[in-house]
Ligand binder design. Structure first.
Ligand code: ADE
Length: 222
């Protein structure tokens, strides 16, 4: 998969994709990630990319021209364009799965007070990563790239994400433990040491339901 990220702050991405699982996915050619400074598409003599809003109001607004020209340059028939905005559709694991099956994602990071409304016509998806306002779309882009890349076949062991929280069965992950068996007087539940796989599976399911009811009753429509 190829992912192009359009941003005005390319340095923000300096290290994030050069560590751990994403780094390995890149090295194994499972994903190609390009950080593109869309200021380079600006036709303004000073490479301006924003302007004051018509009708007045605080702050600056991203103008159409650099982003339209950038998309025109990099979009192909296999591309899906994602616009990041706090007023987009809330991002969910299901959407991450769907994105992980695409060939080419183009992610537009907004910044400043927002973008010219006409930029929305370029987007196949408008996505928000949560009900809070960040300074720009860069951190949301990192969230999307991370969550999508780990789902690309071959990036991690499939078993690791089949049991992820938020999968189709709408349960949070069950609690897991590792050695030592007792730490600061806290003991690993006996059943996990029993070797009885059927019982362990039942226990995990029960714990996952309990945790989901406590923390995220909304996931089960309760
Ligand atoms: N840009 C600013 N805040 C955002 C959010 N919550 N999600 C996506 N893009 C954003």
């Amino acid at each position: 998969m190829k992912i192009d990220i359009l941003t005005l702050f390319p340095n923000m991405f300096d290290n994030i994709f050069n560590e751990s699982i994403i780094k390995r996915a890149k090295e194994n050619n499972l994903v190609e990630i390009n950080i593109i400074d869309f200021r380079k598409y600006s036709l303004d003599p000073h490479q301006k990319v924003d302007d004051s809003p018509y009708g007045g109001g605080a702050g600056m607004v991203l103008t159409c021209q650099p982003i339209f020209d950038a998309i025109d340059d990099i979009k192909t028939k296999n591309s899906k364009v994602i616009l990041l905005t706090p007023s987009g559709t809330p991002y969910k694991q299901k959407q991450a799965y769907d994105f992980s099956k695409e060939k080419h994602l183009i992610i537009i990071c907004g910044h400043y007070e927002g973008f010219d409304e006409r930029i929305r016509t370029l987007a196949d998806y408008e996505i928000s990563i949560g009900d809070y306002v960040l300074t720009g779309g860069e951190i949301p882009a990192m969230v999307i790239v991370d969550s999508v890349t780990r789902l690309i076949p071959g990036v991690i062991n499939e078993e690791s994400h089949i049991c992820d929280s938020f999968n189709e069965d709408y349960l949070l992950d069950y609690p897991t433990y590792t050695k030592p068996r007792i730490y600061n007087n806290m003991e690993v539940p006996e059943i996990l040491l029993s070797g009885d796989h059927k019982k362990i599976e039942e226990y995990r399911k029960k714990e996952a339901i309990k945790k989901t009811k406590e923390v995220r009753p909304d996931l089960r429509g309760e």
